[in-house]
Each structure stands twice: as C-alpha cells, then as structure tokens.
Design a protein around this ligand. Sequence first.
Ligand SMILES: Nc1ncnc2c1ncn2[C@@H]1O[C@H](COP(=O)(O)OP(=O)(O)OP(=O)(O)O)[C@@H](O)[C@H]1O
Ligand SMILES: [Mg+2]
Length: 545
Amino acid sequence: ATSKTGLKAPVGFDDAGKVEILLDDSSPHALVGGPSGSGKTNLLLAWIGALTTRYSPDELELYLLDFKEGVSFAQFAPGRRDTTWLPHAQLIGINVNDDREFGLALLQYLSDEMRRRAAAAKEREVTKLEDLRDADPKGRWPRVVAVIDEFQYLFAETDPLSRAALTLLEDIARRGRSQGIHLVLASQDVSGIAAFWGRPAIFEQFVLRIALPRARRVLDDQRNEATLDLPRWHAVINHESGLRHGNRIARMPNASTRGLFDKVQGEMLERWGAGTPPRLFDGSRSPRVDYLLNGIGPEQRRAPVGQTIDLYASPAIVELSDAPGRNLAVLGAGADSAERVLATAAAGMIKGYAPDTVDVVLAALVEESEGPVAGLQKWLAREGHEARVEVIRLRETKEAIEKLAKRTRERLAAGERGRTVVVLFGADAADSVLDRSGTEALRALVHFGPETGLHVLGWWRSVSRLKALLTMGAVVDDIGAWVALDVQGAELLTLLPGSLLSWSPRAGRALFFDRAQHALPHVIVVSGESPDVSESNVAESGETP
Ligand SMILES: Nc1ncnc2c1ncn2[C@@H]1O[C@H](COP(=O)(O)OP(=O)(O)OP(=O)(O)O)[C@@H](O)[C@H]1O
Ligand SMILES: [Mg+2]
C-alpha cells in the first residue's frame, strides 16, 4: 500500500470486524497508556506487525526505542540465534533506561529529518509530504514512525536534558504531521510527567489516544470510566483526542509470543530485499576496543576514549594535533575503568605513528597499573612499537620527566618538533617524588609539549590533584580534553568554570569534554576491555552486565 496520505493498520477486533489505527495529517501522533502488564508493549508489537506487512520499507521507516530493561524490540534486530531483522527498522534502541542521551539523540535526528523534508518541499514550492511525493515522484519519502516505549524515563529528571528533549518533542509534535513524521509514545503513567502537563500544546498534537485497561488520563475522561470497565487484553482506540464519542473498543491479539516475528521477518526480507540491517544501540553493551581503534590510519593523531551516545555509535575521539593544550586527562578514583580508557586512548594515539617512529614513555606510577602497562606494552609491540617504548616506575619518574622537559625546552627554542607520547598511569602519585623541580618539569611538558610534538595522556585519581598541577606555569587549558569516570559533576566545575553540570557517575559511562570540539561535556560509553594481545581478553569481554 502507499503511505502517501497516511498509515492505516488493523490492530484489533470488535464485533463489527477489524479495528484500524490511523496515523495521518489529522491524527499524527499517538499516546499509549496503561498500567504495568496491561498490554502496551504487546499492542505496539501488534501495530508494528500490522504496519510492516502492509507497507514496504520505501513507504515506512521505523525507529524503535525501549527505555525499559527488556528485549521486546531486540527481536527486530539480527541476533545470534535468529539472524533476520525487520527491514523497516532503521534504528533499534534497547536497554536505554539509563541513557536518556540516546532518546535525546533520536529526537534530534527526527527534528533534523523534519527540517530536511521541509526544505525539500519548499524547494518544490509545496509544504506537505503528500504534495512533495507528487512533486518528486522518483524521490524516496517514506513516512517515519518513531515508537518510544516507557518514554517517561526520558523526563525522569528535571535537568537540561529534559528541557532539551521537551523542546524537540514540542517541535516534532507540532510540525511532524505535515512532514510524515509520527511519534508513538507509550507510558505506564502519563499523568506523572509534570513537564508534559506544563505544555498542553504538546498534548494537543497527540490526537490518537490508546488506553489499555485501567489507564489514567489518556482519554478525556476525568474519572477514567471507559478504561476501568475495560476487560483484559482490550484497548480503547480513540482518534478524537480522547473525546468520549471517539472511543472504540478493540480486542487485542497476542503479539508477544516468542519467535512470532522471526518467520514474518524472513518473508519480508525476501519480499522487499535485505538492504542494511537496523542500527542497534544496546545500553547494556559496551564497545569493543577493536572497534574503537579501527580506522585509525597512518599519520593520524586520534585518541579514542569511548563510544558516543548517538544514532551512529561512533567512537568518541580526541584529536591530539601538535597545538597547545592537546593533552588528555582521564579522571577517576577507580583504577580499572580509568586504566582501560587511558590504555585505549594511548593505543589509538600511538597507532597513528609508523612503527618505531615515536618515543613512548609508559609510566606505571601506582602498583595496580603495572598489569595494564605491561598489557599495553605488549599490544604496542605487536603493532611494531618496541625499540622506542620505555616503561618507567615511580622512582624513575623525576629523572624521566626532567629529561623530557629539558628536551622540550630545547625543541621549543630551536623551533623543532619531535614525536613523543607520555602515558602516565596514576599521574597524581608522582607528586610524592617529583619535588619542586620535577613538578615544574611536568608543568612544562603539558604547557609546551604539544607544540613540540609531545603529548601527555594521563590518569589522575583526583580532580584537585590535576587542578593543582595546572597552576604556576601551566594553565587549565593545557589539558584540552578530559574524560571523567567516578567523579561528581561539582568537582569538574573547576575544569569548566562558568558552566552548569548535572552529572553523577554511572557504571560504564563517562563524561567527556574536549575544548576543541564541544561547548559542553557529553556522556560516552566506555569500553569494558583494554587493548591486549591475549585472546581471552577479546573473547570474554565486549559485553558488560
Ligand atoms: N492481547 C493479549 N493477549 C494475550 N496475552 C497478552 C496480550 N497482551 C499482553 N499479553 C501478555 O501480557 C504480558 C504483559 O503485556 P505487555 O508487556 O504488553 O504489558 P505492558 O503494559 O507493556 O507492561 P509493562 O508496563 O510492564 O511493560 C505480555 O508478556 C503478554 O504475554
Ligand atoms: Mg511494556
């Protein structure tokens, strides 16, 4: 069928036959409500099934996000056992509950797509998707349906992210209708979303209301009478903003049976061609080190620190060019994740140099870093970096740093450039051995190093220790990029004066800021593994619980 004027799909039954749900210019967005276990997710699955068997992927694109821990949408992505996928699905996000940033990224994407469509329409002197399809018959202009299950999580906090999400949501809700961009939001408790009720204009756009038994405030029904009487596995489907005369009661089929979609998907892929499988974001998974290091080519100076929470799961990269301030700090008290982030960043940075064309100093300044440093050294050796890699311990630090500082000053005076990467594991521990001259030398390294081709990548266990280093000859800007793990937002303010930070540490996540590319810090997913040559490391990790 064509989706030119809208999307029509039968999802349930009543005595008269099939009950259809309609998404079009007059009922552009849907709100699905009902308490836990009432069948919201099942209804979404039935709806998705009905839509995708009717419309081809050129008529309909799906973006499916599930904020709850669960796997309901996971079946639409290729998996280990069932390798089929839903050809309409562009993006699937599962286990997103703690990664509200991903929800924001989806809304941003939809808003951008809406703008792109509006511009294409304007170019052809039309305003709506329907007319754009007439004016551009060869173009591909599918309707887009974004389904967000348990969307209340997106607004779980009163913070800048909620405000940004609300602004985007309002924009999409208002103007998506004419661009064929439809939102389907499901939630246990629509009434609990205070932010929403503050903006009735958003709610008005959700003309389609679907209420499951005992749903509250989804329909225009103060006493929720229509849903209190509703039998199990039934839904009120209302295309009239919830007004009573629009109520239609439908019995819902069971679409939650395991494996139900596997067969259908196999058939769809045959009918419509495979194309590319949907992108999958799984909040319970962390990126592989191989993935982060991949694609770093010769003569690139790229330190990967994790994975960006966006629709493309791109590596988060710090470019360490030979310009002032291009050093990297990893911050956090917990050794394991900090060491993994630092080792991966260092590996990526050094990978950009041809074998043995860079001096590498690996400093294990705390005992627990000896293993990771040895692992990194092995990894570098396999990449051909051996002769010019030096491993130092705490007692050798002062001498090594002073030597590097001396060379840096000479290079600076002579206008020469070298190639040096200094990796400090437990950098703050050096305080006890550096004395005044050693500390001054370290300050000189971070301050003058980058423009002479020397970069410092370090892990500091405390922000205040790093901050103490960045005085008297060094400045805050000398650490142009940082990644904070188990550090509270308030502490980071010293590195980012004048900014509001609402950050509390989260497992497997870090706050990342690079002065050269960001106005504000971003949350990233950090890897659960380290660059290592032992097979066991590669085989076992990649997934964190
Ligand atoms: N129409 C139906 N027919 C038979 N069983 C159903 C039907 N709808 C739902 N179920 C069963 O009820 C269970 C709960 O439904 P579902 O997960 O859709 O509820 P929910 O409203 O999404 O709950 P939650 O808020 O906990 O996510 C499902 O696992 C499914 O087995
Ligand atoms: Mg559910």
